[in-house]
Ligand binder design. Structure first.
Ligand code: ADP
Ligand code: MG
Length: 516
C-alpha cells in the first residue's frame, strides 16, 4: 500500500529529495505538497493522508502553526518536522506540542527510520484501541450474562415448583386435601414469579437485560400485529419493515414493551382516528443522521413510529422522558411510557430522536447499534426414554428452596425411595454423619449458599469414594459440567420424569464411571 504523505513545504526541490530518499529506502509513497495555510487546511480536511511532514519556516505560515492545525483536524496522524533550521528550543517545543519527531534537512538519511517508527506507533495505538473496545464489549456482555443467569436461575426454581406440583396434582387428584395443599404451593410460586417480574422491570430501566440475537423486523411485526385489534377501526396501522436487517443483539421483551408504549402514545394522540406508521431500516452512514453524529458505531438499525396526531408542544417534548410526566387525564396516563423507552434504549446503547409539530403529528425514531455477536449455545440434557423409575434406596436430597425440596420429596417418596432432605451443605453433612451407611445417592442443587452442591459432592465422595451423585442447576453451565466426572448433571426446571429416570440410572450403574 502506498503511504500518503502531506508535505508542508515551499520548495519543490526539497519535497522531491524527500520523495527520493523515502523511495530509495523502500517506502512506497505519494506526496502531496502544500505551501499555504488554506491549501494545507483543505487537504487536512479531506483526511486522505497517513503522515504529515512539515518544514519549519514557510512564507506567511509557520511550522508550529501547521502542527496546531494538524492537531485540530487530524490528531491521530503522525507529524514530523523536516527542516533546515530547527533550533533546539523549537524542536523541544514542537515535540511538546505533539510532533512525532523532527529531522534536519542536513541529516535526511534519518528520515526513513523516523517515518517507519511513527507509522508503527499509530498502528500499535489502533490495535490497542481495538483490543480495548473488544474487552469492554466482552465485559458488558458478561455482566448482562450474569444478570440473565441469575434471573434464569430464580425463574427455573419457580417453574420447577409449578411444573412439579402440577404433575403431582394429576397423581393426587383422589385426595382433596393434598390437592388443596399442592395448589396453594403453586399459587404461592406464581405470586413469587410476578414479584420477580416487577423487580426485574424496575431494574431493567437502569441496567442490563436478557440479550439474544433477534430478527428485528420479525419482532417488530409480531408486536405490531398484537396491537392492531385494540387500536380499533378508525386508526390505520401501517408497516414498512426492512426484511434484510441482520439479526440484532436485543432484549426482545424490552423491545416489544417499548413498541407497545410508542404505539399507545400514538393512539392517544389520535382521538378522532388517523394513521400510525411503524418502520424499520438500516443506517449505513450515521454521519448523515444528526442525532448519531459523533457516536462510535458504524451502523445502526432504526425503528420509527410516526403518527399524524395532535403532536406536542416544545415544553412537552422537553419533559417527555421525565418519569411520571404526563399530559393525560388522571387514570389515562402513567407518565412512565417514555422513561421506559429511554431506559431500554440506554440498555441497548441506542439513541432516540423525537420530532413533533402541534397539529401535524409526531415521529419517534429509535437507533440501535448493529451488534451481531454470536449467542452462546444452550446446554440441554438428552431426553430420557420412559422406563421403570421405582426404587427403595435412601437418597440425600439437598436444595435451598423449601418448595423444590418438598416437591422432590413427595415425588421420590411416591416412587418408594427413602428421602432425607437438607437445605444446605452443612445440614447435608450432618445428615450424612447420622445415616452414612444407608445413603446411596446424593441429589443436590449446585447453587447452595456457602458450600456449593459441587463442593458437597466432592467432600462426600472423598468420605465415600464412588458415592453416586446427581447435581441439578438452573445454570446451563458447560464449564461446571466438564468438571463432573463421577456425577450426573440435570438442568432445572426439573422435569419429574427426567429426575426419576436419571436417579434410577445412576443407582443402577455398577461403577461410577462417567455417564455417556
Ligand atoms: P403517558 O403516555 O402515560 O402520558 P409517556 O411517558 O408515554 O406517558 O408520555 C409522556 C407524554 O408525552 C404524554 O403524556 C404526551 O403528552 C406526550 N407524548 C408522547 N408520545 C406522544 C405522541 N405520539 N403524540 C403526542 N404526544 C405524545
Ligand atoms: Mg404513554
Amino acid at each position: 500500500m502506498k503511504l500518503r504523505i502531506l508535505h508542508v513545504e515551499d520548495s519543490v526541490d526539497d519535497s522531491e529529495i524527500v520523495r527520493r530518499i523515502l523511495s530509495g529506502d523502500g517506502i512506497d509513497c505519494e506526496i502531496k505538497r502544500r505551501e499555504t495555510r488554506a491549501e494545507f487546511i483543505e487537504t487536512l480536511r479531506s483526511g486522505e493522508h497517513d503522515l504529515i511532514l512539515a518544514d519549519c519556516s514557510l512564507p506567511g505560515f509557520s511550522g508550529l502553526q501547521a502542527l496546531a492545525l494538524a492537531h485540530e483536524y487530524a490528531p491521530e496522524t503522525p507529524f514530523i518536522f523536516v527542516s533546515g533550521t530547527i533550533g533546539e528550543e523549537i524542536a523541544i517545543e514542537s515535540l511538546r506540542n505533539g510532533a512525532t519527531d523532527y529531522v534536519l534537512k542536513g541529516q535526511l538519511s534519518r528520515l526513513p527510520t523516523a517515518v517507519r517508527r511513527s507509522i508503527q506507533e499509530v498502528e500499535q495505538r489502533e490495535r490497542n484501541r481495538e483490543m480495548e473496545k473488544r474487552l469492554q464489549q466482552a465485559q458488558k456482555l458478561e455482566s448482562v450474562g450474569t444478570l440473565a443467569g441469575g434471573i434464569a436461575h430464580d425463574f427455573n426454581n419457580i417453574l420447577t415448583i409449578i411444573k412439579g406440583h402440577a404433575s403431582l396434582l394429576e397423581r393426587e387428584c383422589e385426595t382433596p386435601e393434598r390437592v388443596r395443599e399442592i395448589s396453594a404451593i403453586i399459587d404461592h410460586a406464581a405470586v413469587r414469579g410476578s414479584d420477580l417480574v416487577r423487580e426485574m422491570l424496575a431494574f431493567a430501566r437502569q441496567s442490563g437485560g436478557v440479550f439474544n440475537l433477534n430478527d428485528f423486523s420479525a419482532l417488530v411485526r409480531e408486536a405490531v400485529e398484537m396491537m392492531r385489534a385494540p387500536l380499533g377501526p378508525r386508526i390505520q396501522l401501517e408497516t414498512a419493515l426492512d426484511q434484510s436487517l441482520p439479526p440484532l443483539l436485543l432484549d426482545s421483551g424490552q423491545v416489544e414493551r417499548i413498541l407497545v408504549n410508542l404505539i399507545t402514545n400514538a393512539r392517544d394522540a389520535l382521538p378522532h382516528g388517523g394513521r400510525i406508521v411503524v418502520s424499520t431500516g438500516r443506517i449505513n452512514e450515521p454521519a448523515t443522521v444528526p442525532c448519531l453524529q459523533g457516536l462510535p458505531m458504524r451502523e445502526y438499525a432504526y425503528l420509527q413510529v410516526s403518527d399524524n396526531g395532535t403532536g406536542m408542544t416544545e415544553e412537552t417534548r422537553r419533559r417527555i422522558f421525565e418519569p411520571f410526566f404526563t399530559t393525560k387525564a388522571k387514570g389515562k396516563g402513567t407518565g412512565l411510557g417514555m422513561p421506559v423507552v429511554y431506559g431500554v434504549m440506554q440498555m441497548h446503547n441506542g439513541t432516540i430522536d423525537i420530532r413533533s409539530e402541534v397539529g401535524k403529528g409526531t415521529s419517534v425514531e429509535l437507533y440501535f447499534p448493529l451488534i451481531t455477536e454470536e449467542a452462546h449455545p444452550q446446554v440441554r440434557p438428552p431426553a430420557a426414554a420412559p422406563r421403570d423409575t421405582r426404587g427403595h434406596e435412601t437418597l440425600l436430597v439437598v436444595d435451598d428452596e423449601p418448595e423444590v425440596l418438598s416437591f422432590l420429596r413427595i415425588m421420590l417418596e411416591a416412587e418408594g425411595y427413602h428421602v432425607l432432605t437438607a437445605a444446605n451443605a452443612e445440614e447435608a453433612l450432618a445428615l450424612y454423619g447420622q445415616h452414612r451407611d444407608e445413603i446411596q445417592l446424593l441429589f443436590s442443587d449446585l447453587g447452595l449458599p456457602t458450600l456449593s452442591g459441587y463442593d458437597l459432592s466432592e467432600i462426600l465422595q472423598r468420605l465415600r469414594p464412588g458415592l453416586k451423585c446427581v447435581l441439578g442447576s438452573g445454570y446451563a453451565d458447560t464449564e461446571v459440567k466438564e468438571h463432573l466426572h463421577d456425577t450426573r448433571f440435570i438442568a432445572k426446571p426439573y422435569a419429574p420424569e427426567n429426575v426419576l429416570v436419571t436417579i434410577r440410572a445412576v443407582l443402577d450403574r455398577t461403577s461410577s464411571l462417567p455417564a455417556s
